[in-house]
Design a protein around this ligand. Structure first.
Ligand code: COA
Length: 331
């Protein structure tokens, strides 16, 4: 058995900035409402025709560069997204082609906002057993083409943004610097509290005229319900990781929560009693980028010097499914 660690991280955000004032033009909302309820000031949207694998490719190149590796040194790809370019095949295959990797295996993970935490756990297992030497883990989303940009869709539309983050996971030569543990959970009884119904294999055709009229190809979210569960589940998964590793909150060098809503993060931070300076947030600039939010934040935190070798880093997420979980690493 080997130990696995993150060898390098990278991220990529589309250039187009969409401010809350821009959204005021499209729906009955206000900059004040959005900032107060979510903490978001602006988000990034892609130009037409740009997909999650285009964003993922740029993030992957940066992660490879930071790990000092060439694409040919990647043995396996894990791609987390809820906004795939096609119904099938998955984005992992498309990225594999864009990276010029001939027959390397590629897996898509459909675990929404918890997708990166699940993907990292899978990568950890493959590295620890010696199956693969270097795994590229990507979280990438294009939400902007799937949001209802009017007053009916405003509760969801103001929250999400596009972006990608990536890491390369490989063997740790120094046993102390490693992924310490992963904690993965799901509770399908809440599936329809936050979901995208159509197109659906329950219908023929999978998208009917009626579904189009009713806007059932836009995400549905019971915001208050999701809020409450996100706070409870993320703090519980951090506590679970601490207990498993016999650590206290004081031992955590940096906590990166899935960037769902600044108020959710603040509630988790208050409850865990971790000093805010040991928590990284960038939702103000990017909104909620789902599977991309943690790797983008991790990359920025590393580049800002917020994480030093030997630090304990906790990543925690919650999202549709419901799914939630945490990864604890010694950086
Ligand atoms: N602009 C202005 N008003 C809005 C609005 C918007 N974008 N969206 C909703 N409103 C209105 C509602 O219609 C409601 O009006 P009413 O009182 O006249 O009925 C009012 O604001 C309050 O709505 P409510 O849903 O109770 O607000 P909230 O404080 O719960 O905030 C969310 C809404 C969506 C920001 C909040 O519930 C949330 O962040 N939930 C979690 C979302 C999340 O993290 N999702 C991803 C999970 S991974």
């Amino acid at each position: 058995m080997y130990n696995a660690r993150i060898l390098g991280a990278g991220s990529y955000l589309p250039e187009k900035i969409v401010t809350n004032a821009d959204l005021e033009e499209l729906m009955d909302t206000s900059d004040e409402w959005i900032r107060q309820r979510t903490g978001i000031h602006e988000r990034r949207f892609v130009e037409p025709g740009v997909g999650p694998t285009d964003l993922g490719l740029q993030a992957a190149r940066r992660a490879l560069q930071s790990a000092g590796l060439a694409p040919e040194q990647i043995d396996f790809i894990i791609f987390a997204t809820l906004s795939p370019e096609y119904g099938f095949p998955g984005c992992g295959c498309l990225l594999q082609e864009k990276l010029g990797l001939d027959t390397v295996g590629a897996l898509d993970v459909r675990n929404q906002c918890t997708g990166f935490v699940y993907s990292l756990a899978i990568a950890d297992q493959f590295i620890r057993t010696g199956t693969y030497g270097h795994i590229l883990v990507v979280g990438a989303e294009v939400h902007s083409t799937g949001l209802e940009m009017n007053t009916r869709g405003r509760d969801v539309a103001v929250i999400f943004g596009d972006g990608a983050g990536a890491v390369v996971v490989g063997r740790s030569e120094n046993g102390d610097r490693r992924i310490l543990s992963s904690h993965l959970h799901a509770q399908g009884k809440y599936a329809r509290k936050l979901y995208l119904e159509a197109p659906s294999s329950l219908h023929y055709p999978r998208m009917t005229e009626k579904m189009l009229r009713e806007g059932r190809y836009y995400p549905y979210m019971d915001g208050r319900y999701v809020f409450k569960h996100a706070v409870d589940r993320m703090q519980n998964s951090v506590r679970e990781a601490l207990a498993e590793n016999h650590l206290e909150i004081e031992d955590v060098g940096l906590l990166i929560l899935h960037q769902a809503n600044l108020r959710i993060s603040e509630a988790v931070v208050r409850s865990l009693k971790i000093p805010p300076e040991r928590v990284f947030s960038n939702i103000q600039r990017y909104g909620n980028t789902t599977a991309a939010s943690i790797p983008i934040a991790l990359d920025e935190a590393v580049r800002e010097g917020r994480v030093q070798p030997g630090d304990v880093v906790v990543l925690a997420a919650f999202g549709s499914g419901f799914t939630w979980g945490a990864s604890m690493l010694r950086w």
